[in-house]
Design a protein. Structure first.
Length: 362
């Protein structure tokens, strides 16, 4: 019986890892919230000087806190002996070092410019709430802030360049899963002491990874997935010996043509950025009983390549950490999972002549 012609179907897919917060969430009971007739602060021009100008003895008003119910209630919770608009002073606000109000869909409103009046904050966690509005540039005045997570809200506008002033940030900068637009400001590259995870994923951000990010030589985790970002990844980041996760899945960011010594990044390849190129040959299983896709001396060599469609068809190098999983479509079984090697040999027969290639960087 004449065997069927062997065909190659090549599909590239890599799951995107999730970013996990490591501090326990603190939620605010709805009965403790000010009645939800949320007032918003009056619009005003963005301040050039981010330093708070209030005296420690001045009385704090609700307007100073942007009339934001969530922030007013948190101040009341942490400083119950004082009263806003009466006895609470700006000096009292300096005693607050952490704000962690998370996983509360009833927490609405915005982050007001008055966040600058909490100069000793080391942790600001407002994730998985329902905050909206823009990120205030005054957030960049919190010089002692070490961790910032405002992911999973409804924040809009651009990422303020003033976040580049947060030079005490170390383990976390997370603005993921909002509605932030524009490009990532190059000033973020000033955070040269940052050694944790930066997460920008899940926003319609555009533009390239700032060239200044090559200065972030201590940062071990970058997450840009599910954005509209474009351009070539700076090779300095791909080569970084400290990076353990570099995720550009579902973007139009592409890997550099040069082969770096290390490839700790994840990329889900889509048809608008990279494509698989194979030798245009139909393999006849009646003449061949084995398939050696990565052996250049074999007549069954597939000439497996990745082509960068956004760089005039330039070939993208296969990294030392680039592995491939081969699935026999007839049995839906994995017949190979490992590095690209000339020794990989697959049997061909009447049924096993169609394979799916799942390519990934680890």
């Amino acid at each position: 019986m004449r065997r069927r012609m062997a065909t190659l179907l090549l599909v590239l897919a890599i799951p995107a890892p999730l970013f996990a917060d490591t501090v326990n969430a603190t939620t605010t009971n709805s009965e403790d919230l000010i009645k939800d007739t949320q007032l918003t602060s009056e619009s005003s021009p963005k301040r050039q000087n981010l330093k708070a100008t209030k005296s420690d003895t001045d009385i704090v008003s609700s307007a100073d806190l942007g009339n934001q119910a969530w922030l007013i209630n948190e101040v009341k919770r942490q400083i119950p002996a004082k009263t806003i608009d009466a006895t609470l002073t700006f000096g009292d606000l300096k005693t607050i070092t952490t704000i962690s109000l998370n996983n509360n869909p009833n927490l609405t409103g915005s982050i007001p410019p008055g966040i600058q009046y909490f100069p000793n904050l080391t942790l600001l966690f407002l994730y998985n709430d329902s905050l909206s509005g823009e990120i205030p540039p005054e957030l960049g005045s919190l010089s002692k802030l070490e961790r910032l997570s405002i992911r999973d809200n409804k924040l809009t506008g651009q990422i303020p360049k003033e976040l580049g002033n947060l030079t005490s940030l170390r383990s976390e900068l997370n603005v993921a899963n909002n509605q932030l637009t524009g490009s990532i400001p190059s000033e973020i590259g000033n955070l040269t002491a940052f050694n944790g995870a930066m997460a920008f994923y899940g926003n319609p951000l555009t533009g390239a990874i700032p060239d200044s990010f090559k200065q972030l030589t201590k940062t071990n985790n970058f997450q840009f997935q599910n954005t509209r970002m474009t351009g070539v990844i700076p090779i300095e980041l791909v080569q970084s010996p400290v990076i353990t996760n570099f995720n550009v899945s579902y973007t139009q960011l592409v890997s550099p043509v040069q082969t770096p010594p290390k490839g700790n990044f994840t990329q889900t390849v889509s048809s608008n950025q990279l494509e698989v190129a194979v030798k245009p040959t139909i393999y006849n299983a009646t003449k061949q009983t084995t398939f050696q896709p990565f052996n250049a001396s074999s007549p069954m060599h597939s000439e497996f390549k990745l082509i960068n469609k956004q760089a005039q068809g330039a070939e993208v190098a296969l990294y030392d950490t680039h592995t491939v999983q081969i699935v026999d479509n007839a049995t839906n079984q994995i017949v190979y999972d490992g590095p690209i090697s000339s020794s990989v040999t697959l049997d061909l027969n009447d049924t096993s002549n169609l394979f799916t290639f799942l390519s990934r960087w680890r």
